[in-house]
Design a protein around this ligand. Structure first.
Ligand SMILES: [Fe+2]
Length: 697
């Protein structure tokens, strides 16, 4: 049945694809679902611009002639959230002893399953703990506090003994101990075990588990040591052969009961990190059936595309990226699509909360769908229901803001760049962050210029190294945004559809990583801001994050550097103006939202030319918090500015950086006839010219 969405919007159909980028000649699978099952019309479009706001660049799509059947039958596919572990084929145990450490983070009236042992479940609720078998129900009234460690022990057989011991949180608390015994006994049947859920989708547990251990007839049957293979989805039975598998990516590399603060890394002290944190709302793979696949014809030009699904008034676009066929390069320009940042912001709901992000308004059907569906999972900007920060994001689920006809942030804002490239007839190949991470600098080989999106904020070590490596060998980089190269991330080594962030130490953060949990589980690296990891964005692109504000943009004032003969090629045709970019569809100014500053103390190259600097920002444009030792009122903060810079790199290469997320929103002004479009086009033309840049003496 059709769903009713708030605001009177209608949208029943939604989908995602796998992979997100494929080469011409390869196949791509689309996973679609509708709340009104039935037939739908599908087509493949080249997606040039997705900004359908009245003052935006308009929706520009070009339908492809394809061999796909124009019709598809849609079913309703479920969204089942909640992480858990699954262990197959556990043996029966007639008598024995079960123990586990439990750290609840969100207990309620309803029971949450800690362990389901082939039908015998161990649960927790505000009332205490319990064991339920088909024949026996035993509850243990205990005072359950959130964020404390409890050691549970259950002896079973001809009778039952159930006890729990709570560890205090410091000298001011006392330990707690509760126990209960019963003449009624039970045995554990053979079968599958689940941890942190009764079964997928039922009675999920919020919190941490550590060292579940089963002994029977005096010997250890299984003891799961979660400190082993922490980067993987496998849980290891250190006593036997009963390894299990984790689903929906619970968090590992988190402090366990033995963490005493003497160690900060799960790499150096795994025994301190032998816990796994499960959430009832984790979702990293919706596991939907494939609705249709498309073999991308080998002659399909590299670019940005979408499957367009239409079902009555309901509509969905599923964007994807087509790379050239293997070994081919079909343009000198490469658009490096910041898909890691798309995942970081995937399904972010910041627009609904008001505050610095403006009035909470549902502006379109995709917003309304997202508002109504917590079950599509979170962005890296949100909290789980138990108030722990969301560490993972994945593209294997519907992402309502990785689409056209949504707010102009991340993906849809980046279509201002693809629309401009289309308007000036500049051919380009595409490469996604994920491709760059997996393939490294090799993937950039042969391109004369790489152009970024408006907000390439999230970078893995592999991505950053690849870009720096390519640049050092004569590459030319056009950094078209702000707040770029800011957070370190890690990709899941077993599935690059999933990324991880640890919001460590400081930074402009949606949440704060827990003490002792600054190291990434996927690769053991220390997480956080690249600025704090010895590789500030300034070293790569000349500028770094300075300020953010969402109450409107401003212009750049032309600086003396613009007269430097080294940048004559940039200002050609626009010389004489005092300001640039006092217009645009992103807050009416080219400098806004998130802006970056030239700063030699942070590694900006001393020989860089500052062409222009923004000024006269709105009151909401405030300096990034990582630059404050304590909060203090600031008047006219000279460090709140976007610097537009150019510099040469040894080897004949060069970098041009705009330093503002709003910049791309000014390209289309006056039919792409304005100084921002002109100077950006000048840069592109020169950057595509093989003539090396001379490194200044
Ligand atoms: Fe950002």
């Amino acid at each position: 049945m059709s769903q009713t969405l708030p605001g009177g919007f209608e949208k029943d159909v939604v989908g995602y694809c796998d992979p997100l980028s494929a080469r011409a000649g390869e196949r791509i699978a689309f996973k679609l679902s509708s709340y009104a099952p039935g037939s739908a019309h599908v087509s493949v479009v080249q997606l040039v611009s997705g900004d359908d706001r009245p003052h935006g660049t308009g929706l520009i799509e070009r339908e492809l002639e394809t061999d796909t059947d124009a019709g598809v039958e849609l079913i309703e596919q479920p969204l089942v959230t909640g992480s858990y572990a699954h262990v197959e084929n556990m043996p029966a145990a007639v008598t024995g002893d079960l123990s586990v450490w439990v750290y609840p983070t969100l207990v309620g009236e309803l029971p949450q399953t800690i362990l389901n042992m082939a039908g015998v479940s161990l649960w927790i609720s505000v009332a205490g703990l319990g064991v339920a078998t088909p024949a026996v129900e035993l509850s243990l009234q205990a005072e359950i506090r959130e964020c404390r460690w409890y050691h549970l022990r259950l002896a079973f057989g001809t009778s039952t003994e159930f006890s729990v011991h709570r560890l205090n949180a410091g000298v001011a608390e006392t330990d707690g101990h509760w126990q209960v015994a019963s003449d009624q006994g039970f045995a554990l049947p053979a079968g599958d075990w689940y941890m942190a859920a009764r079964c997928p989708g039922q009675q999920h547990f919020n919190g941490r588990l550590e060292a579940p251990t089963l002994t029977s007839e005096g010997s250890t049957v299984a003891c799961w040591d979660f400190s082993q293979q922490m980067a993987s989805r496998h849980i290891i039975d250190s006593a036997g052969t009963h390894d299990g598998v984790l689903h929906q990516t619970p968090t590992r590399g988190v402090t366990g009961v033995h963490w005493d603060g003497s160690e900060q890394s799960h790499v150096s002290a795994p025994a301190h990190y032998a816990a796994i944190h499960f959430h009832e709302d984790d979702l990293t793979d919706a596991e939907w059936q494939t609705s249709l696949t498309w073999q991308i014809p080998v002659d399909t030009p590299s670019g940005q595309y979408a499957l367009k699904v239409e079902q009555g008034v309901s509509q969905d676009y599923v964007p994807f990226f087509v790379r050239p066929a293997r070994g081919e390069r079909t343009a000198d320009l490469l658009y490096l699509v910041p898909t890691a940042s798309y995942l970081a912001y995937a399904n972010q709901r910041l627009g609904f909360v008001g505050g610095i992000f403006g009035e909470p308004t549902l502006r379109h059907a995709n917003d309304a769908f997202l508002y109504a569906h917590e079950d599509v999972g979170y962005s890296l900007y949100e909290y789980h229901r138990d108030h722990s920060g969301v560490h993972f994001s994945s593209r294997l689920r519907p992402i309502l803001n990785l689409k056209p006809k949504t707010g102009t942030w991340a993906f849809n804002a980046d279509t201002h760049i693809t629309a401009w490239l289309d308007a000036i007839d500049a051919p380009f190949d595409v490469l996604t962050d994920e491709d760059l991470h997996v393939e490294g600098a090799e993937a950039l080989q042969g391109y004369k210029t790489v152009i970024t999106g408006t907000h390439p904020e999230y970078y893995s070590t592999g991505m950053r190294d690849a870009l720096a490596d390519w640049l050092g060998r004569g590459g030319r980089l056009m950094y078209m945004g702000g707040n770029g190269f800011y957070w370190r991330i890690a990709y899941d080594p077993e599935n690059p559809a999933i990324i991880e962030v640890r919001r460590a130490e400081d930074g402009t953060r949606a949440w704060i990583a827990n003490p002792g949990e600054y190291y990434q589980q996927f690769n053991g690296e220390y997480g956080g801001l690249w600025r704090r990891l010895g590789k500030p964005p300034n070293e790569l692109v000349g500028i770094g994050f300075a300020a953010q504000g969402f109450d409107g943009g401003t212009y750049y004032r032309v600086q003396p550097g613009a007269l430097d003969p080294r940048v004559n090629f940039v200002v050609d045709g626009i010389d004489g103006a005092d300001t640039w970019g006092d217009f645009g569809n992103q807050g009416r100014g080219a400098a806004g939202e998130e802006i970056d500053r030239f700063d030699e103390s942070l590694g900006s190259p001393a020989h860089a030319v500052i062409l222009a600097s923004s000024e006269n920002h709105k009151p909401g444009m405030l300096r990034v918090k990582e630059e404050f030792h304590m909060t203090e009122p600031l008047g006219n903060d000279a460090k709140v500015r976007a610097d537009m810079v150019f510099f040469e790199v040894p080897g004949g290469g060069a970098v041009f950086s705009t330093g503002s997320i709003s910049y791309a929103g000014s390209l289309a002004h006056n039919g792409y006839d304005n100084e921002i479009a002109k100077l950006t086009g000048n840069v592109l033309t020169r950057f595509l010219d093989p003539e090396p840049f001379d490194f200044p003496a």
